[in-house]
Ligand binder design. Sequence first.
Ligand code: SF4
Length: 183
Amino acid sequence: MPAALTGAIEDARMDGVTTDPDAQELDLLLVSACLLGVACRFDGQSCPAPETANLAAWGKVVAFCPEVAGGLPTPRPPAEIEEAAAGLDGHAVLDGRTRVVRNDGIDVTVPFVKGAQAALDLVRQLRIRRAILKANSPSCGAGRIHEGRFEGTLVPGDGVAAALLRRNGIQVVTEIDLSGGKS
Ligand code: SF4
């Protein structure tokens, strides 16, 4: 198991949220479905991560894709948070200060916010307190997202679902955090 993941689990124990496979009561983790091998990405692919595969083997993860839950099809055109380069991220989307747009200019803010709300509803229902989300995504990205011009540049910020989960006290990390920062 990667040291960073072990560290995250130790942190969880300190928080009283154990993910110890030997524990009687394991806490559920919300995980981006594409990290668990579900082909729900915009391009119809998945992006499985070894760290989340370990967690899935323990049977205590809940796979979820906010964009699909928000009603978007797979595959779908790529979308980014408009004005992310100016510092507007998923929080600004939730506040109505910017939009999520596809690369053909179509506004997909409504399904992105709907999917984020569905993620929040799910973690509340299952009393989930931690999430491992896909890095850099306009929904799931946490700490870094694409700049909003489809140029492949990353800027600081949260995706829409990550922002809503954070606002509601959910601890969010990405698979890159778990791998010690290596993408
Ligand atoms: Fe993966 Fe999240 Fe994008 Fe769905 S919305 S494909 S779970 S990164």
